[in-house]
Ligand binder design. Structure first.
Ligand code: PEP
Length: 256
């Protein structure tokens, strides 16, 4: 099955509303997005932005076929969960995707395999595209546990999912995130191939072969070409380089 490449930016806790118009203007111009209507059919682009920017970014991006994603959600629809935001709430303002289980949330905000599974389910129930992040720490890699850790995280996240209509996985080795030390294309491909095997075993060929697996961890305009040339790398989740519209535009162009 053909999997369209996806370039997903993760802005983390960066940018203000006043930055949005300038950012998207420069980004669309640098990609040539509005000069070629076929681009939005050939590459998927998404930005995961802070909660204060969601409602403002949607009208600047979604009409051009660029998705806006939340960086986190709660699994319940509503209730006494001070400080949390539900899937219907983000959906109401036009958000169409969410990041789930980013390693910074696992590391600093007590995200676990159990909460990741609940959030993945909630996102699918409300038809908001989940991007589920998995990946090993440096200690785990050095102890030879990469495949075990990643397999455990993928299985746990998808434990309660029978027929994922639209779902994306992101393999993000923790040691590569924000460090300037990307996994090599071969290292990433090796883990992506394992994840692909797992997806085929869990969901069968027709669904398992269609789920996209993104790589994340210090992806830049310099290394994106080699990463994307790997058989099982279907795109990238990009932190630092997605804050610079010209750099991220180069990465989108590399996917075309
Ligand atoms: C990320 O935040 O998901 C990420 C991959 O960050 P960076 O590209 O900066 O390593």
């Amino acid at each position: 099955m053909k999997r369209i490449k996806m370039l997903a930016g993760n802005w983390k806790m960066n940018k203000l509303n006043r930055d949005l118009a300038g950012f998207f203007g420069t980004f669309f111009e640098a990609v040539g997005w509005h000069q070629d209507e076929s681009l939005s059919d050939r590459v998927d682009v998404l930005f995961a932005v802070p909660p204060t920017l969601l409602a403002h970014a949607v009208p600047l991006a979604e009409p051009s076929g660029v998705r806006i994603a939340a960086q986190n959600i709660h699994w319940e629809t509503a209730g006494a969960f001070t400080g949390e935001v539900s899937v219907p709430m983000i959906k109401e303002v036009g958000v169409s995707a969410t990041l789930i289980g980013h390693s910074e949330r696992r590391q600093y905000f007590a995200e676990t395999d159990v909460t990741v599974a609940k959030k993945t389910k909630a996102s699918l129930v409300h038809e908001v595209l989940p991007i589920v992040c998995v990946g090993e720490t440096l200690e785990q890699r050095e102890a030879g546990l990469t495949q075990d850790v990643v397999a455990r995280q993928v299985k746990a996240a998808l434990a309660d999912i029978q027929d994922p209509k639209d779902l994306i996985l992101a393999y993000e080795p923790v040691w590569a995130i924000g460090t300037g030390r990307s996994a090599s294309a071969a290292q990433a491909q090796e883990v992506h191939a394992e994840i692909r095997g797992l997806l085929l075993a869990l969901f069968g060929h027709s669904i398992g072969s269609g789920i996209r697996i993104l790589y994340g961890g210090s992806a830049t305009p310099n290394n994106i070409g080699e990463l994307l040339s790997q058989k099982d790398i279907d795109g990238a989740l990009v932190g630092g380089a997605s804050l610079k519209p010209e750099d991220f535009a180069k990465m989108v162009r590399a996917a075309l």
